[in-house]
Design a protein around this ligand. Structure first.
Ligand code: NBP
Length: 480
């Protein structure tokens, strides 16, 4: 037994993670892949790395020092289950199995429960940052039992991305599926952030007539201020790219149908069942779906839009309005995402430190940004605050930006430019700050057709109006 850590599954993610592990002082890495060729290729291409190749699960277990620790990086779903079963047969109580793939958190909860029966520790770890992150330093979101963290913590800290203040981007998120849950919401927030940036680009382009290269300069400028983030940075790069074949901006020759691998949908489905409004994430996910329905879009193209041309009087002022609308909408999207994490923690019994989550997203992952320090500050100062966007820094930004945000949403609506994430975020903002909501009328309607009852603002109890009788009010059983 010579290796302190092992990796099972040596496709692109697993081999990069294995190389990252091997490059850190003190690690000797056992590597195993179902088919032998990937193992041999990794070992022969990287003679500099201290790999111990294994060609069977038995051999893999034998090369690992106890407690054995293995990270699985195989296809999510049945492949992951197959590898877990094989490892539980050759591992012993106290050993640690980590699933680093993109598992759905409910699968992780199920697997943790089953593996726990054997005395082996199972850890579902969300690993963000793609191929590049796996190699150079990802943001890592591990769940699993506390016992596993003693061994696993130092190993994961050694390979994680490092935030600007020197802290590694990994924390023990919570038990069983907590890590994969947080990774899922991270991806949902990523969807919202990307859609908001795309809407900002579209509005500027159609409102000012600027070229993609000119808009790249706008984003590069924004990247020096409060919007500074990896996604803004790469947006400028994409917009500046010229297609070699046609000489056109690349963004003009890319088919406008956005794909998705499903984590945005998981985030929204989970939010729906938890009763958490994540409208920014939902609109971003639906916007991708809408874009990818060419048959419907072809049919829809016949529908009329506004009569007047969209003309912006002052391009610079409009661009500044869009910047403020983007920042305000981004605050809403993150506030909603963190609400989902809090609701998930309550539902599944996890103790999740929201400030710590914000900090481990500061490097290594797609939504990395300065902005996350502000979220960490807000939750650091008041961990139980009910609404992130009402924390002083964000409330101040929203109060400065809301007039511009409204102007942009109005302009988009009048111009017939779709801005689902901008406008739904504004609607959420106005909903959450409303003194009174028309939910009262909805309760009246529900009571009318279904005797669903309602509560009153002026006295305790549950009431029902006898709608089909004499329309007097009676006290009722609470049937909410
Ligand atoms: P893939 O998702 O393409 O999976 C290929 C690997 O799974 C190969 O090593 C393959 O072995 C192995 N495998 C399969 Br398929 N069935 C198996 C089985 N029954 N038993 C054992 N091994 C099996 O690899 P990837 O693209 O490197 O991704 C790995 C994980 O990382 C996935 O869960 C993915 O969702 C996640 N991922 C995350 C990010 C990110 O940014 N966080 C990016 C990309 C992927 P073989 O060589 O013998 O066929």
């Amino acid at each position: 037994a010579v290796a302190n850590i092992g990796v099972v599954g040596l496709a692109v993610m697993g081999s990069n993670l294995a190389r990252n592990l091997a490059s850190r002082e003190g690690n000797t890495v056992a590597v195993f892949n179902r088919s032998r060729d990937k193992t041999d290729l990794l070992v022969s291409e990287h003679p500099e790395a201290e790999f111990v190749p294994a060609y069977s699960y038995e051999e893999f277990a034998a090369t690992l020092a106890k407690p054995r620790t293995a990270i699985i990086m195989v296809k999510a779903g049945a492949a992951t289950d197959a590898v877990i079963t094989a490892l539980t047969e050759v591992f012993e109580p106290g050993d640690i199995i980590v699933d680093g793939g993109n598992a759905l958190f409910t699968d992780t909860i199920r697997r943790e429960k089953a593996v726990r029966e054997t005395g082996i520790n199972f850890v579902g770890a969300g690993i963000s940052g793609g191929e590049e992150g796996a190699l150079t330093g990802p943001s890592i979101m591990p769940g699993g039992p506390d016992e596993s963290w003693v061994t696993l913590g130092p190993i994961l800290r050694s390979i994680a991305a490092v935030a600007p203040d020197g802290e590694p981007c990994v924390t023990h998120v919570g038990h069983d599926g907590a890590g994969h849950f947080v990774k899922m919401v991270h991806n949902g927030i990523e969807y919202a952030d990307m859609q908001l940036i795309a809407e900002a680009y579209d509005l500027i382009r159609r409102g000012t007539g600027k070229t993609p290269a000119e808009i790249a300069d706008v984003f590069a400028e924004w990247n020096t201020g409060e919007l500074e983030s990896y996604l803004i940075e790469i947006t400028a790069e994409v917009l500046r790219q010229v297609d070699a074949a046609t000489g056109q901006p690349l963004v003009d020759v890319i088919l406008d149908q956005a794909g998705a691998k499903g984590t945005g949908a998981w985030t929204v489905q989970t939010a729906l069942s938890l009763g958490v409004p994540v409208s920014g994430i939902a609109e971003a996910t639906f916007a991708r779906s809408l874009s990818s329905r060419p048959d419907q879009r072809a049919a829809g193209a016949a529908l009329p839009g506004p009569d007047e041309e969209f003309e912006v009087a002052d391009a610079d002022a409009f661009i500044e309005d869009v910047r403020q609308a983007l920042f305000a909408s981004k605050i809403v999207a993150y506030s909603q995402g963190f609400d989902e994490i809090r609701a998930g923690a309550e539902q599944y019994g996890w103790s999740i430190d929201l400030a710590a989550i914000s900090k481990i997203w500061r490097a290594g992952c797609i939504i990395r940004a300065q902005f996350l320090n502000r979220i960490a500050d807000a939750y650091g100062e008041a961990p139980d605050q009910p609404l992130l966007m009402a924390a002083p820094y964000f409330a101040d930004a929203l109060s400065r930006g809301q007039a511009a945000w409204r102007r942009v949403v109005v302009a988009a609506a009048q111009a017939g430019i779709p801005s689902p994430a901008f406008s739904s975020s504004l609607a959420y903002y106005d909903g959450i700050r409303a003194e009174r909501l028309p939910a009262a009328l909805v309760q009246g309607q529900r009571d009318f057709f279904g005797a669903h009852t309602y509560k009153r603002i002026d006295k305790p109890g549950t009431f029902h109006t006898l709608w089909s009788g004499d329309r007097t009010e009676v006290e009722a059983e609470d049937t909410h």
